[in-house]
Ligand binder design. Structure first.
Ligand SMILES: [Zn+2]
Length: 669
């Protein structure tokens, strides 16, 4: 309940409250009567600490406190006992960035717009941390996977945080641990270290425990205890990390007064509806999440709320409990009336996923209310949940009144523009692939088509499962396994842009340039708007010795996205190979505008100048390189050519001698 009311003058406050607020305040006063009478009232108490723990890929029905008798989740169970347990909470999105953006803003995906990886969270939408900042909160975030790294895949998520625990830019390790993922215990250690250094509140701390996300590799003893169901092993391990954090808070005396929320970002298919993981479908297997809210002073302790609620309700609830009046609009509403039983009916839960668009399949929308779920898809679905909780019997009939009503609700959702093109760079793509996600850029770029004309994801889920496995294998450098899985996808769908692009990259990395060019050329035909595919195609053609082809592909790529340094540099070199130094010069100068420090581009530009007999321009260009990189033999060799062109024999000779003294370096990549 509201911290400020514990200490302020409630009667005075009532004057400024709406009738509904007065009702709530009166309710609250009854509950706090004993506390108020017990001791002297201080002038202004400090707002409570707020702790948010999001556990990735957490199915509600795999927790003991949600009725699974076969798993040990003592930390989550203890929070359910100390707080309010929402047994029917739903995320609007089955994918990490999007669902977290909804938790952090209280908005649906179509409202906040973060419908894919790397799409920035617009500053139009204030986040949890930003809204608490004016209340004097110090805020810190501790993430468990690079998927929420605010420098790359989750730009804008760090707004309002004093500290956001991103991943190192140049990880020292090739292992996935520390590079793309952190164990829950490490996340907790980082959070505790920050709290130890920020002992005075109020504080808002968000912990993201990524462990239950696949691949399922729990550490011991969970790997042995749960060896037949490693997903549960990861949940039990994440629970143990949460337990360590709760014990720390209790030891510090920070637990009792805190507002603490634990929520899953989405669930996991585990083979239901043939979906192994999550992201494509909107069934309950991936949208039903646990939600536990422990209020300051353990108010409403042990209450269970069976009403349907949404993760977009969490932020409005926090602000309501803290009595913060935010100038922000939310799609969710405060859950506070459920704490007292003042509200009992469920709320309408929407679901949205654009992830299928990455593969060229139709996006999905769903609405769930009054025991019915409707999924808008090329082949729509309607489920009667009380009799069919697993959503196995589609009862959709086009003319039915209920379908019309549910469609009308969906029509109220905003239409989000497709995510901006070319946002995902190569290193980011590699990280995405390491986590098993499609790494082709320009999501949705193939979809000039109406979604209804795109393939139904129901017909494509086997393909998606294979793609997911193949991408994880690729990151593990199991090239043969990845290659055969992608080829299997091509057997199902010869035009799968993801499989074609990834096979092209595999062959490129293995120096099979002709095969790479073949795959990438086919990828380009399917997705002519994909700048990265076009760049890779150009690279493969160049390496295969087809310079005119490489030139055309690189030009096409740069037309789609002019700001690609690597494509400019390579095109410059291709022009040099084609004995076209004038066009080479243009490209290399453009490349240097993007990356002025690039020695490779500086040397190539000098080469283009020398080829045009522009020796006078080449000399200062090369002298600059010899100053910044005095051990670069190639710079001296080119300098010798330029001096020779100018007839400066002595200088040329000195440069040649210097070049011979230096070891020849490999060109930087
Ligand atoms: Zn997730």
């Amino acid at each position: 309940m509201g911290w400020s009311l514990r200490s302020g003058n409630p009667a005075g406050l009532c004057a400024t409250l709406t009738p509904m607020r007065v009702f709530r305040v009166l309710f609250l006063l009854c509950g706090l009567a004993t506390a108020a009478q017990a001791g002297p009232v201080t002038k202004k108490a400090q707002p409570p600490d707020v702790f948010l723990v999001t556990i990735d890929t957490l199915r509600a029905d795999h927790l003991r406190c949600y009725g699974d008798p076969d798993i040990q989740t003592p930390a989550l169970d203890s929070l359910a006992a100390d707080g309010v347990r929402f047994s029917q909470a739903f995320t609007p999105s089955p994918i990490t960035n999007t669902s977290h953006a909804s938790i952090l803003t209280g908005l649906l995906p179509s409202s906040h717009g973060v419908t894919d990886f790397a799409v920035p969270l617009s500053s139009d939408h204030p986040t949890w941390a930003e809204l608490l900042q004016p209340q004097g909160y110090h805020a810190a975030a501790f993430i468990g996977a690079v998927i929420l790294d605010s420098k790359q895949l989750a730009p804008g998520f760090d707004r309002g945080f004093d500290f956001y625990d991103n991943f190192p830019e140049r990880p020292a390790t090739k292992s996935r641990w520390g590079r793309v993922e952190r164990r829950g215990m490490e996340v907790v250690e980082h959070a505790e270290a920050w709290l130890n250094n920020h002992r005075s509140g109020p504080r808002f701390v968000w912990l993201h425990l990524y462990d239950p996300h696949d691949p399922y590799e729990p550490p011991e003893p969970y790997a042995s205890i749960y060896k037949e169901r490693l997903y549960d092993g990861e949940i039990a391990y994440a629970d143990s990390a949460l337990g360590v954090f709760l014990a720390y808070l209790k030891k510090q005396g920070w637990y009792e007064g805190a507002l603490l929320i634990v929520v899953g970002d989405h669930g996991e298919g585990l083979g239901e509806h043939n979906e192994d993981t999550h992201g494509i479908f909107l069934y309950d297997s991936t949208t039903h999440v646990p939600l536990l809210v422990k209020l300051p002073g353990q108010d409403a302790k042990g209450r269970e709320v069976p009403a349907q609620v949404r993760t977009t309700d969490i932020l409005p609830t926090v602000l309501d409990v803290l009595d913060v009046k935010a100038q922000a609009k939310f799609d969710g509403e405060s859950l506070r009336p459920y704490f007292t039983g003042a509200e009992t009916p469920g709320r309408t839960a929407f679901g949205e996923t654009d992830y299928p668009l990455r593969f060229g399949w139709a996006p999905l929308r769903s609405v769930r209310e009054h025991g019915v779920k409707f999924i808008e898809a090329p082949r729509p679905e309607l489920y009667n949940l009380p009799s069919d909780p697993k959503e196995l019997h589609n009862t959709y009939e086009p003319g039915e009144a209920i379908v019309g009503n549910l469609r009308a609700l969906l029509a109220g959702l905003r239409n989000t523009p497709l995510p901006s093109k070319g946002a995902v760079g190569q290193s980011t793509s590699d990280e995405l692939r390491a986590l098993g996600y499609a790494a082709t850029d320009t999501p949705g770029s193939a979809n000039v088509t109406e979604p209804a004309f795109l393939p139904d994801p129901k017909d494509k889920i086997e393909e998606q499962n294979l793609l997911h496995k193949a991408m994880l294998a690729m990151d593990d450098e199991k090239t043969q396994a990845a290659r055969s899985a992608f080829k299997k996808v091509l057997e199902m769908d010869p035009k799968s842009p993801t499989a074609l692009a990834q096979l092209g990259q595999i062959e490129l990395a293995n120096n099979n340039y002709a095969a790479a060019a073949d795959y990438l050329g086919r990828a380009m035909e399917v997705r002519p708007q994909d700048a990265t595919a076009a760049f890779n195609y150009g690279q493969a053609l160049q390496l295969a010795g087809n310079l005119p082809g490489g030139r055309d592909a690189l030009q096409a790529s740069l037309k789609l996205n002019p700001h690609q340094f690597a494509a400019r540099l390579l095109l410059g070199k291709v022009y040099l190979g084609l004995k076209d130094p004038t066009d080479a010069q243009d490209q290399l100068e453009a490349a240097l505008l993007l990356q002025p420090e690039s020695v490779e581009a500086q040397l190539s530009l000098a080469e283009a100048l020398i080829a045009q007999r522009k020796f006078r321009e080449a000399v200062p260009q090369l002298l600059a390189v010899t100053h910044s990189h005095p051990k670069n033999a190639e710079a001296y060799a080119l300098l010798a050519q330029a001096y020779t062109g100018l007839g400066k024999k002595e200088e040329a000779k000195a440069a040649v001698n210097r070049a011979h003294q230096l070891p020849v370096q490999e060109a930087p990549h």
